[in-house]
Design a protein around this ligand. Structure first.
Ligand code: G3I
Length: 344
C-alpha cells in the first residue's frame, strides 16, 4: 500500500514538475523564484522522508533552504543525558549541502520537546544555566559553519505579551534569552541568530512584547540578527497588517524571516478555498518582497500528507503548497508570481 502510494506520488511529481507554470522572471520553481528576488524559499523537512524518492525530489528541486521540523530539537538530539543522536540532523545537513541549500537550525532553546531527563531532573537554576549553555555549545558547535540561521530561542512570549513560563525562565528570568544568544554566537560566529515566535504577525500585545524586547536586546548590544515570524495562518484570515508588522520588525535593524508558514483550510478543500489560500500565500510573499530586510520564506512542511496541521487543528488541513499526491496547488504559481511579478 505504502509502495503504491509512493509510486503514484512519483508519477504525479514527474507530471507536476513538468507542468508548474513559470513566473514572470521565467522561474519555474519556488526556490528559483525566491532567488530572482534575492531571497530563499525553504521548508521544514523530515529527514526520514528523504528516503522516499518523490519527497526527496520535491525537496531537492523546489527548495533553496531547509529546516529540520523536529530533528534538531533537544528531545531529538539528546533523549538521554549525555547520549547524543545526531543521525537525523546530520542527514538533513548533508542533504542541504549536497543540494546547495541553506539550513535554518531549529531550535536551541524552547519550552517544548525537551527530554524527560531534563524536565524531571529537579536541577538548580545554576545547573539549568550550565546545561543550556552546554547544549548550545554542543549543537551549534557541531554544525558550526553549516547553519545559515539558528532559531536560538523559540516562543518566549505568551499571547498576552507576558514571558512564557518555562524551566529556562524560572531558572534565569528573561535573561535566559540573552545568555542563549551569547552562547550561540560563541559556538557559531557566522550563523544569524534569531528569536522566533507565533501570533506576532499582527499588531497586538504579543507582537509589541517581542518588538520591545528585540529593541532592548539591540540597545544592550546582545547578539541578535533576526526575528522569525512563524506565520501559521488560516486561509482567508491572513493578517491585513502583515506587511506593516514585517516592516516594523525590520525597522529595528534586524533581518526578518517567515519561518513556519502554512495556511490551513477547513476541510474538504474546494477550489474556492484553494484560490483564497493561493491569494494568501501570494500576499505573504509580497510582504516579504516589499521589505528589503525580509530574507526568505519557509513553509512548515512541503506536502499536505506531512503537515502537523490536521493532528493539531481538528477539521483543518491542506495547508501547504503541494497536495498529498505531491501535485502543486494554486499556491505554487501564486508564490512564484509573488516573488517574480513586476512591482505595481
Ligand atoms: O517521534 C515520535 C514517535 O516515535 C511516536 O511514535 C509518535 C507518537 O505520537 O510521536 C512522535 O513524535 C511526534 C513528533 O512531532 C514527530 O512526529 C510528537 O508526538 C509530536 O508532538 C511532534 O509534533 C511536533 C510539534 O512541533 C511538537 O510541539 C510537530 O511535528 C512539529 O511540526 C511542531 O513544530 C512546531 C515548531 O517546532 C515550533 N512552532 C510551532 C510548530 C507547530 O507546532
Amino acid at each position: 500500500m505504502a509502495l503504491l502510494k509512493i509510486a503514484v506520488a512519483a508519477a504525479a511529481l514527474a507530471l507536476a514538475l513538468a507542468t508548474i507554470r513559470a513566473g514572470a522572471a521565467g522561474e519555474a520553481t519556488l526556490g528559483g523564484a525566491a532567488g530572482a528576488s534575492g531571497r530563499y524559499f525553504g521548508a521544514a523537512l523530515d529527514p526520514d522522508a528523504l528516503d522516499e524518492r518523490p519527497y526527496r525530489e520535491l525537496a531537492a528541486t523546489q527548495l533553496t533552504c531547509v529546516t529540520p521540523e523536529n530533528a534538531m530539537k533537544w528531545g531529538s538530539v539528546e533523549p538521554l543525558r549525555g547520549e547524543y543522536d545526531w543521525d537525523r540532523a546530520d542527514a538533513l545537513v548533508a542533504f542541504a549541502k549536497a543540494h546547495g541549500q541553506k539550513v535554518r537550525g531549529h531550535t536551541l532553546v524552547w519550552h517544548s520537546q525537551l527530554p524527560l531527563w531534563l524536565i524531571n531532573g529537579a536541577f538548580s537554576p545554576d545547573e539549568l544555566r550550565s546545561l543550556m549553555v552546554a547544549h548550545i555549545a554542543a549543537e551549534a558547535g557541531r554544525y558550526r559553519g553549516a547553519i545559515y540561521a539558528w532559531d536560538v530561542v523559540n516562543e518566549p512570549f505568551t499571547d498576552d505579551g507576558n514571558w512564557r513560563n518555562s524551566i529556562w525562565r524560572e531558572a534565569m528570568g528573561p535573561d535566559y534569552v540573552a545568555i542563549a544568544l551569547k552562547a550561540a554566537r560563541a559556538a557559531d560566529p557566522d550563523a544569524k541568530l534569531y528569536v522566533n515566535d507565533y501570533n506576532v504577525e499582527s499588531a497586538g500585545p504579543k507582537m509589541r512584547a517581542l518588538y520591545d524586547f528585540v529593541a532592548s536586546l539591540k540597545r544592550d548590544g546582545v547578539p541578535i540578527d533576526g526575528v522569525g515570524l512563524q506565520s501559521h495562518f488560516v486561509a482567508g484570515k491572513t493578517p491585513a497588517d502583515f506587511v506593516a508588522v514585517v516592516q516594523k520588525f525590520a525597522s529595528l535593524g534586524v533581518d526578518v524571516a517567515v519561518t513556519e508558514l502554512d495556511i490551513r483550510i477547513r476541510l474538504p478543500a474546494d477550489d474556492k478555498a484553494l484560490a483564497a489560500q493561493a491569494d494568501d500565500y501570494a500576499s505573504v510573499v509580497r510582504a516579504c518582497r516589499e521589505t528589503p530586510r525580509c530574507v526568505g520564506v519557509t513553509t512548515w512542511g512541503i506536502t499536505d500528507d506531512r503537515s502537523w496541521v490536521p493532528s493539531f487543528f481538528s477539521g483543518y488541513g491542506a495547508a501547504l503548497p503541494f497536495d498529498e499526491n505531491y501535485r502543486p496547488k494554486p499556491a505554487v504559481a501564486a508564490i512564484i508570481d509573488g516573488f517574480t511579478e513586476k512591482a505595481p
